[in-house]
Write a protein that binds this ligand. Structure first.
Ligand code: GDP
Length: 421
């Protein structure tokens, strides 16, 4: 693989700008720029120069092949954070035939060199994209290899089960087929339990990663836009007292105590003569029905029966004007009830988030579902077919970790990475 470089820190002015150089020959190049290199993984201050010109004084770190992020020879130069310095070093590197890395190329090399598996790569991508605490925590666990370690444990169960089955096949008398040892089914049952738990927790983990959707619904003039604006503490939706002004669904991203939440401001739910408005209403109802939670708003504290689902929250709006028996009283004018409402939303969603698994990507779900289904009804099979099911399950786990079938995913995964990662 050729020698690549990129700025690992965000472009622009800052305390330091880190340039990373990776590939065979990184060491020689770093020696040319910095003179004698420090001990591996130690940072020394060096003058960075190309021929006679001193470019900057910088911390230099150097990692040997097999002991770096990418698994290749890798050098880091911590320059002063001025774009002009970075630009000049970039020119020098280009003139020495180095190529600017593509988005995610360092991580791609780490994967190809066996430094990370595909679940860790996805976890790392999620960690870099994380905006809330729950996202950060989940992504850190996966990028640190927690899912990979589970998969290794599952593989060891399969290897043991496979060995037991093979021996029963090998020693079976031709006329009297040997039974599959009972331990095999215990091992596979343990694996199925684990897989089922992960599959069941996928939906919640996916929501942690992509955000829970909370739809704010209610008839026109119920106070939906006002409430959302109040929550956002800024104007995001058009507020007016003409019915039907909110024709499109407005989305507002929130961080509610660590949980990513998208509030959906739906069009006024009513029947209308206006075709465009009706389109908006249809869309709103579909989105609301599919959301994780609905806040049913109306001044009377009445719910929308056709959309009501267990766990939904009933809100009596404009509580500064009138008190209602039903629903949580909330006023967007005085902020009465607002904190209580947000607490209720958080409580509801955090209960759901608590069941989250480690898998949060469709790709991971597919691999684990395959593994799980491959073991269905294995108890009733003859040894040859049990052995076959075990092999198939093992290859589904290999797929999870990207040991096979990763090619289809790499481009998609790495386009979301930045250059320099
Ligand atoms: P939407 O159609 O459900 O989005 O309703 P809006 O948020 O546009 O509000 C409709 C009208 O009710 C506007 O005139 C708002 O100023 C008014 N309104 C909304 N919330 C409150 C509230 O809490 N108290 C009072 N007094 N008026 C409100």
């Amino acid at each position: 693989m050729d020698l690549i470089y990129a700025e690992a820190t965000p472009p622009g002015r800052g305390g330091v700008s880190i340039i990373r150089i990776s590939g065979a020959g990184a060491r020689r190049l770093a020696e040319h720029l910095a003179g004698a290199l420090p001990r591996p993984r130690h940072a020394y201050l060096r003058e960075i120069r190309d021929t006679d010109e001193i470019l900057d004084r910088a911390l230099v770190m150097w990692f040997e092949e097999g002991h770096s992020f990418t698994g290749e020879e890798l050098a880091e130069i911590h320059l002063h954070g001025a774009p002009v310095i970075v630009r000049r070093l970039g020119q020098i590197l280009t003139s020495r035939s180095l190529r600017l890395a593509e988005a995610g190329e360092f991580t791609r090399r780490a994967f190809l060199n066996g430094r990370m598996d595909l679940s860790e790569v996805e976890g790392l991508g999620d960690l870099l994209a994380a905006e809330t605490e729950a996202q950060r925590r989940l992504a850190l666990r996966v990028s640190s290899g927690e899912l990979a370690r589970k998969a290794d444990h599952w593989r060891s169960l399969l290897i043991r089960a496979g060995a037991l089955v093979e021996s029963s096949v090998d020693f079976a008398d031709e006329d009297v087929p040997e039974d599959v040892p009972g331990e095999v089914f215990e091992l596979l049952a343990e694996l199925r339990r684990d897989l089922k738990e992960q599959i069941a927790g996928y939906a919640a983990a996916e929501r942690i990663r992509n955000g829970f959707e909370v739809a704010v619904i209610g008839p026109p003039n119920a106070g939906k836009s006002s409430l959302i604006n109040r929550i956002a503490r800024r104007e995001v939706a058009l507020v007016s007292d003409i019915a039907g002004t909110t024709r499109d669904i407005i989305e507002l991203r929130l961080d509610i105590r660590g949980l990513a939440v998208t509030l959906l401001d739906t069009a006024g739910l009513r029947t209308s003569e206006d075709v465009v408005e009706n389109l908006g209403i249809d869309r709103a109802r579909t989105r609301a029905a599919g959301a994780d939670l609905r806040l049913h708003l109306s001044p009377e504290g009445k719910k929308d029966d056709s959309l009501w689902q267990e766990g939904d929250i009933l809100v009596a709006t404009k509580s500064d004007l009138h008190k209602r028996a039903a629903g949580l009283p909330v006023s967007s004018l005085t902020s009465e009830g607002l904190d209580l409402l947000i607490n209720q939303v958080f409580d509801t969603l955090s209960v759901r988030a608590a069941s989250a698994a480690l898998i949060s990507h469709q790709r991971q779900l597919t691999a684990l579902s395959e593994a799980y289904e491959g073991l269905a009804e294995v108890d009733n099979l003859p040894p040859e077919l049990v052995a076959e099911a075990i092999r198939r399950t093992a290859s589904s786990l290999d797929r999870l970790l990207g040991r096979i079938g990763a090619e289809d995913y790499l481009d998609v995964i790495f386009t979301s990475f930045c250059i320099g990662k």
